[in-house]
Design a protein around this ligand. Structure first.
Ligand SMILES: Cc1cc2nc3c(=O)[nH]c(=O)nc-3n(C[C@H](O)[C@H](O)[C@H](O)COP(=O)(O)OP(=O)(O)OC[C@H]3O[C@@H](n4cnc5c(N)ncnc54)[C@H](O)[C@@H]3O)c2cc1C
Length: 334
């Protein structure tokens, strides 16, 4: 039986790609700060990679008190076993009570492996995290049973309490360059023998991948778009605005667009600066995934459509008329 009273502090995995820290790291630090303050403990970031020391100040400026930093050529590219080995060893040594990881491709692979290794629970895709002041437990909220209920999950007997959170669900704090913190280098001992996979080459996928979570602009379509063919208009407007194309679940179910575009409770949670909702009624399950967008513009032929209640600007009209007009106007100005 674990002595859970030995565990202190909140840890966040700092993820980076292509030489940049990923936004999800800052978002988790924002939430981590709130949890750590509520528990009266420190907030730490865990950073693994090759020649990544320069990221440490950035993590401290985004509210980490400590950065545990591991540097090794064998950590340059993510591998499940090496990353799990290094992090599990440090968790056993420093005993954090909470460990937060982004629900990214990397996080979705790493978090389950780590939780098994550490013999603790893991709640995936949390939409809410807070501390129960009486018990010090992390209350992890996420949709369950196909989104029909919101489940509050706790890990009472094991530590760390582990949760993953999708990008854009939490809010990053503003950078504070005056913040000071501690940087602790983690010893790494990865030998060729414990590398089960040898990375020969990284080949970037040529196909344009959809990155709704990090898009500044999303043009999304619903059943009001009318057909799969009409979605070309939505795509064209999204491209013109250098954004991504989103969709409701109904059009994904109708196979007008692929599920990677789905926004909402059972799709992606997004927080772009601009969200243009075309022919979308504004069902609660859709709004759950986009209500935190900066500016929301809705185009709908029904003046009573619920989407107008959360929109900053509304256009009452047929999207097959309104969208080509917007495209034409943008083409004139670009
Ligand atoms: C458990 C559960 C989970 C769900 N998860 C999600 C989710 O993650 N994401 C999601 O989106 N939905 C989700 N749904 C489905 C959700 O309840 C709605 O059914 C869906 O969002 C509606 O999609 P829509 O707005 O495209 O279609 P509709 O509700 O049919 O709305 C179409 C809109 O288009 C307008 N319109 C029609 N023609 C035109 C035109 N020519 N020009 C302009 N406007 C026009 C209409 O006035 C209407 O407002 C979920 C449902 C359940 C039960």
């Amino acid at each position: 039986m674990q002595d859970i009273t030995e565990f202190r502090d909140v840890w966040v995995l700092a993820e980076h790609r292509d030489g940049k820290l990923r936004d999800v790291s800052f978002e988790l630090l924002g939430k981590g700060r709130e949890l750590a303050d509520s528990l009266g403990v420190k907030l730490a970031a865990v950073l693994l990679g090759n020649e990544v020391e320069h990221f440490c100040p950035d993590l401290i400026h985004h509210s980490a008190d400590i950065v545990y930093w591991a540097d090794d050529p064998n950590l340059a590219h993510y591998q499940t076993i090496t990353y799990s080995d290094v992090i599990a060893e440090q968790v056993k040594k420093y005993k954090p009570e909470i460990l937060l990881i982004g629900a990214t491709y990397l996080g979705r692979d790493l978090a389950p492996r780590l939780s098994k290794r550490l013999n603790t629970g893991l709640t995936a895709d949390c939409t809410g995290l807070e501390i129960d002041k009486e018990t010090r437990l992390l209350v992890q909220t996420r949709p369950a049973f196909g989104g029909n209920v919101m489940a509050s999950i706790v890990t009472p007997q094991n530590r760390p309490q582990m949760a993953t959170v999708r990008p854009r669900v939490m809010k990053a704090l503003a950078e504070d360059t005056s913040r000071q913190g501690e940087v602790i280098k983690i010893p790494v001992n990865i030998t060729n023998e414990n590398l089960m996979i040898k990375l020969l080459e990284v080949v970037k996928e040529k196909k344009k991948s959809v990155n709704l979570e990090e898009a500044d602009v999303i043009v999304a379509g619903g059943r009001g778009v009318g057909s799969a063919a009409n979605f070309k208009l939505i795509e064209e407007l999204a491209d013109l605005l250098k954004g991504e194309m989103g969709a409701t679940r109904d059009v994904v179910d109708a196979k007008w667009v692929s599920s990677v575009h789905q926004v909402g409770q059972t799709g992606k949670t997004v927080r772009p600066k601009l969200y243009i909702a075309c022919g979308i009624s504004g069902a609660v399950q859709h709004i759950a995934g986009m209500r935190e967008s900066g500016t929301i513009v809705a185009i709908n032929s029904d003046p009573d459509a619920p989407i107008f209640q959360i929109s900053d600007y509304g256009i009452v009209g047929d999207i097959n008329h309104a969208v080509p007009l917007i495209i034409r106007a943008l083409n004139r100005t670009t």
